[in-house]
Design a protein around this ligand. Structure first.
Ligand SMILES: Cc1ncc(COP(=O)(O)O)c(C=O)c1O
Length: 362
C-alpha cells in the first residue's frame, strides 16, 4: 500500500523558524530579529489603510491599477510592466514557477536570501549554489556554474543576511556571462537604503535586456511588512508570464491603498534613511568594540560573527538577550552557526542591545 507523502524535495525545505520562543507569553520584546522599519509605516500609509477599511467586503482590484501607477510615477517606469504580489517573496516564487521545473537548475549565491532555495525546491528544480568571497557575491563563480539547464539566476543586491552588495558593473558582467535562456532575477528589497554612485537597483538593466526582472518590497523602507506587498518590473514577456501564474487577489484592498500612499511619502522615506544612516555605523562601531566581527552593511541590519568559544556561542548569546527581552536572528539556517543578524532599531533599542551584549561578550 502506498502512503500519502508530499512531492520529492518538499521535505528538504526547512520550515520557517521565528526568533520568538514557542512558549512566548506575549511580552513586549525588543524585536531586532526581522529586517523591518523601526519607525513604522508612513502616516500617509496608515491614513490610507484606515480609509480602505470600509471597502474590505470588496475583492481587491485585480489589475492593481492605482498601486501600479503610484509605483510607476515614483520611479518613472512603464506601469504596464509592473506586477504586484503578496510580498516580494510571492513574486520570487512565482517567477520560479513560471520559468523552472523538474530537471532545471536555479542558480543562487552562497549566503543569498533563503527564499531563493525554497522557490527552486518548490518547483522541483535543483538549486545550484555559487560560493561567495568573504560574504560578497562572486559573479565569476556564478557564471562558472551556469549552463544549459540554468533557467533562473537569483541575485539579492544588497543581500540578506550579509548586508553586502556588488556594484552595477558587476551585475552587468553577471548578465553578460549568463546564458541568454537564463532569467536574471534581481532582488532589490533593500535598494532604498543604499545611495551610492556605483549601485544600481536594476531598472536600467531591465530596460536594456529581455531577460532581467527586478523585484522590490514594501516591507523594508516602506514599513509595510505586515501587509505583504511587493512588486516586479520586467520585460513584457516576463510580466505576461507572471500574469498567467499569479493569484489575482494576492494584494488586499488595504494593502494596495497603503502601499500606493507609502510610495509617495518622501518625508517618511528620508526620515527612515537618515535614521538608518545614523545608527548603522554606531551599531557597527559598538559591536566591533565588543570584539565581534561585523560585516560592512548597506542595509538596515548587520551580520555579526562571534569568535569560537566552547562556552559562549550563538545559543548562549541568544538566551542571554532573550532574558533581557531582546530578539535577534540566528544565521544557522544560512550555514553560519556563529552568525547573528541584528536589525537597526530605535535609539533606546540599539542602546539596550549593546548593553545586553556587553554583559556576555567583550
Ligand atoms: C533579500 C530579501 N528579499 C525578499 C524578501 C521578502 O520580503 P517580503 O516578502 O516581505 O517583500 C526579504 C525579506 O526579508 C529579503 O530580505
Amino acid at each position: 500500500m502506498e502512503f500519502l507523502s508530499p512531492r520529492p524535495g518538499i521535505s528538504h525545505i526547512r520550515p520557517y523558524q521565528p526568533a520568538k520562543p514557542s512558549d512566548d507569553d506575549g511580552r513586549a520584546w525588543i524585536d531586532l530579529s526581522l529586517t523591518v522599519n523601526p519607525l513604522g509605516p508612513s502616516p500617509a500609509a496608515l491614513h490610507a489603510y484606515r480609509h480602505a477599511a470600509s471597502r474590505i467586503h470588496h475583492y481587491p482590484d485585480s489589475r492593481q491599477t492605482a498601486l501600479r501607477r503610484a509605483i510607476a510615477r515614483r520611479y518613472d517606469l512603464d506601469d504596464s510592466r509592473i506586477v504586484c504580489g503578496g510580498g516580494s517573496d510571492d513574486l520570487l516564487q512565482l517567477l520560479c514557477q513560471a520559468y523552472a521545473g523538474p530537471g532545471d537548475e536555479v542558480l543562487c549565491h552562497e549566503h543569498g536570501y533563503r527564499g531563493f532555495i525554497k522557490a527552486a525546491r518548490l518547483t522541483g528544480a535543483t538549486p545550484i549554489v555559487a560560493a561567495e568571497r568573504d560574504m560578497v557575491v562572486d559573479v565569476e563563480a556564478m557564471i562558472e556554474l551556469s549552463g544549459n539547464k540554468t533557467r533562473l539566476c537569483y541575485l539579492a543586491n544588497p543581500n540578506n543576511p550579509t548586508g553586502t552588495y556588488i556594484p552595477a558593473d558587476a551585475v552587468q558582467r553577471l548578465r553578460a556571462g549568463l546564458p541568454p535562456h537564463t532569467l536574471l532575477v534581481l532582488d532589490s528589497a533593500y535598494a532604498e537604503y543604499i545611495r551610492r554612485d556605483n549601485y544600481a537597483d536594476g531598472v536600467d538593466l531591465v530596460e536594456g535586456s529581455d531577460n532581467v526582472v527586478m523585484v522590490r518590497s514594501f516591507s523594508k523602507m516602506h514599513g509595510l511588512a505586515g501587509l505583504r506587498v511587493g512588486w516586479a518590473y520586467g520585460p513584457r514577456t516576463v510580466i505576461d508570464a507572471l500574469e498567467h501564474v499569479r493569484s489575482p487577489f494576492a494584494v488586499s484592498v488595504p494593502a494596495q491603498a497603503a502601499a500606493a500612499a507609502a510610495i509617495t511619502d518622501a518625508e517618511h522615506e528620508n526620515a527612515t534613511y537618515d535614521h538608518n544612516a545614523a545608527w548603522l555605523p554606531w551599531l557597527t562601531q559598538e559591536l566591533e568594540q565588543l570584539g565581534l566581527r561585523v560585516y560592512p552593511s548597506v542595509c538596515n541590519f548587520l551580520l555579526v560573527r562571534v569568535a569560537p568559544d566552547p562556552s559562549l556561542g550563538v545559543p548562549q548569546i541568544l538566551d542571554h538577550l532573550a532574558r533581557r527581552g531582546i530578539l535577534v536572528k540566528s544565521c544557522v539556517e544560512y550555514g553560519m552557526a556563529d552568525g547573528l543578524r541584528i536589525t537597526v532599531g530605535l535609539e533606546e533599542e540599539n542602546r539596550a542591545l549593546v548593553t545586553a551584549l556587553g554583559e556576555v561578550v567583550g
